[in-house]
Design a protein around this ligand. Structure first.
Ligand SMILES: C[S@@+](CC[C@H](N)C(=O)[O-])C[C@H]1O[C@@H](n2cnc3c(N)ncnc32)[C@H](O)[C@@H]1O
Length: 212
């Protein structure tokens, strides 16, 4: 199911802040060379992440699912000098590719990559010490990523989860990923400490604030 017609998406991009040259190059190369380039979150989700980070003044960021580095770099671009992104990625090839891009960027010192299964990497981080997290990895683990990340998030912090509509399959979920995504939405909605907003941008983006 395609939610937004391409013409509308292009129109939105036309009237939004432009991408940096390095992110344009990274996206182009990812679409040209990767087997699953559609995994890249893209400039509208990326622009939303940047906007939320700037408005909230977030400095300590956690990302689950880095791929070729687009969203990590996009977020790092708007962080202050003492801001940090810790990003978790399983695939060594993607890590190699992302590192090459980060090396070319002035934001490279703000990004820390944690190689391996995210559920293991997350155990190393300090509870209650993150301002912002972005979950964008394997969908079957979304409920577990949410649980661990909530523990790491400060009160007042923001969580963002991508692909929360999963091409509309969440309406009648009958495969493990759709079931896990719908379950994640339910957990967020039923948690009285969270203020959720689920938007039909691209493949669905869930934003929430941890209020207690
Ligand atoms: C949708 S892509 C991330 C896209 C990225 N956020 C962006 O905007 O370009 C999902 C990534 O999660 C990674 N991944 C999948 N399972 C994982 C796991 N168990 N631990 C860490 N990373 C994982 C995949 O290798 C893939 O690179």
């Amino acid at each position: 199911m395609e939610f937004t017609p391409k013409e509308i998406e292009d129109y939105c991009k036309q009237f939004s802040t432009e991408e940096s040259k390095i992110l344009l190059d990274l996206s182009k190369k990812t679409w040209e060379s990767e087997e699953s380039p559609q995994m890249i979150s893209g400039s509208l989700i990326g622009g939303l992440l940047q906007m939320l980070i700037k408005i909230s003044g977030s400095k300590n960021i956690l990302e689950i699912g880095m791929f070729t580095g687009y969203s990590a770099l996009k977020m790092a671009e708007v962080l202050p000098e003492d801001g940090r992104i810790h990003t978790c990625e399983l695939n060594p090839e993607y890590i190699k590719t992302a590192k090459k891009w980060f090396e070319k960027s002035s934001a490279k010192n703000k990004i820390f990559i944690h190689e391996g299964k995210a559920l293991e990497s997350l155990k190393k981080f300090n509870p209650g010490s993150y301002d912002f997290f972005f979950i964008d990895a394997d969908k079957g683990n979304y409920p577990r990523y949410l649980e661990q990340s909530l523990n790491l998030l400060k009160v007042g912090g923001i969580g963002v989860l991508d692909n929360m509509l999963w091409s509309g399959k969440v309406l009648t979920p009958n495969d493990p990923d759709s079931i896990a995504i719908r379950e994640t939405a339910k957990i967020i909605k039923n948690n009285p400490n969270l203020e959720p907003l689920l938007l039909p941008v691209r493949d669905g983006v869930m934003i929430f604030r941890k209020i207690k």
